[in-house]
Design a protein around this ligand. Structure first.
Ligand code: FA5
Length: 366
């Protein structure tokens, strides 16, 4: 057996080793395995000892050329050593892998001390809040909330509401008409609904009395905007139809609504008004809750002491007939109010345009 330098090491190479040399081989192999500091150098050690040209592989090949009396003992010892080295290599491999994994885990560990990103909680838009509150209050009086289309037929928006072609009341609703690019039926004009009242006719057509519904929704008018007017705004319609409904019921329902919405001390005022689809018709106002109805310099009510909420009245007999009801047996009341106006009054919002401007500084106040 000879020694050759390997780096600073001297290792055995194949030769005429004896059993005591096997012990030296073991010491050297084990030391190399234990010193391997990473997976690549461990693989180098494996090749050097167990590879096709490895020290122990070559050593085992010398068995045949040994004296017969040595062969058995030498073969056994060399094979055992081969097994021991393989085992030690496996153990070292597991240890190095575990250490590498520990390092990776330490490097990739979540740093839980990092402050979390702030979650910005959204909230309902003030108009949605107002609509929900309106629906909730009317639900306590037996009204169901329903919704209808914003793109509407002239038939429902005007005709069935007793506003035929050429009726002067059409001018009051500055209408946005929709032209159908596919042609459409010229006798069935389409528009963006100018109020929620077309749902009166739609609900009465679809149901039988008794009816009690609230219809909140967007409406559209070709109007210049100012602090009190939008061209796209919300209304809610109320409709009750039965066989003994009177104006007193209408008054009682709106009075109860005003007190629940604006506080127990509210007064409500009905003044004669005109709508083609109600008869008699009235304008509804509540006494100003800022000045207590005294007016004077009050900016909320403009000094009048009253705040307008909407229009109302008893459903016109022509409307009842138009949907197939008999006015001598069935009566109803209807009202329509502006959602923004109510939201402005409740929150002290000075300009209606603030609702649609998406300015978070304003919206976060709700
Ligand atoms: C109507 O729209 C009727 N359909 C109301 C009605 C229903 C009467 C049922 C009788 C029976 P008027 O155009 O007045 O009426 O509008 C009703 C309410 O909508 C107003 O009182 C106001 O609160 C609101 N409103 C009207 N125009 C605007 C606008 N440009 N911007 C914001 N709110 C508006």
């Amino acid at each position: 057996m000879r020694f050759v330098p390997a780096g600073t090491e001297r290792i055995f190479v194949s030769g005429r080793g004896n059993l005591s040399d096997i012990a030296e081989l073991r010491r050297q192999a084990m030391a190399e395995v234990d010193r391997a500091a990473d997976l690549a150098s461990l693989e180098g050690v494996r090749q050097r000892w167990l590879g096709p040209k490895g020290v122990l592989t070559l050593e085992l090949r010398t068995i045949g050329s040994r004296p017969p009396e040595e062969r058995k003992a030498f073969g056994e010892a060399a094979n055992r050593l081969k097994g021991e080295v393989a085992e030690r290599l496996e153990a070292r491999l597991s240890a190095l892998r575990a250490a590498a994994l520990d390092l990776r885990l330490a490097a990739e560990r979540e740093d839980l001390t990092l402050p979390p990103r702030r979650v910005r909680l959204g909230r309902l838009h003030p108009l949605t809040q107002t609509i929900r509150e309106v629906s909730r209050i009317f639900a306590t009086m037996g009204f169901e909330t329903v919704e209808g289309p914003e793109v509407e037929w002239d038939h429902y928006n005007f005709e069935l509401l007793n506003i035929p072609q050429g009726h002067p009341a059409r001018d009051k609703f500055n209408t946005l008409w929709i032209s159908n690019p596919l042609g459409g039926d010229p006798d069935r004009p389409v528009l963006l609904r100018t109020h929620t009242s077309p749902m009166q006719a739609r609900v009465m057509e679809a149901r039988k009395p008794p009816i009690r519904v609230i219809v909140p929704g967007r409406v559209y008018r070709f109007e210049a905007t100012d602090a009190y007017h939008e061209s796209v705004f919300f209304q809610f319609e109320g409709l009750a139809v039965d066989d003994r409904i009177t104006m007193a019921d209408l008054k009682g329902v709106l009075y109860s609504f005003a007190r629940q919405m604006f506080g127990g001390e509210r007064k409500i005022r009905f003044r004669p008004d005109y709508f083609p689809f109600t008869e008699p018709s009235a304008e509804i106002a509540i006494d100003c809750f800022v000045c207590g109805g005294t007016g004077g310099e009050c900016r909320t009510c403009g000094g009048s002491g009253w705040l307008e909420m909407g229009g109302c009245g008893m459903v016109h007999p022509n409307v009842l007939r138009g949907v197939g009801y008999d006015p001598s047996k069935t009566q109803g009341f209807a009202f329509g109010c502006g959602v923004e106006r109510i939201a402005m009054l409740r929150s002290g919002t000075p300009d209606i345009r603030l609702f649609q401007q998406n300015d978070l500084r304003y919206l976060e106040g709700f």
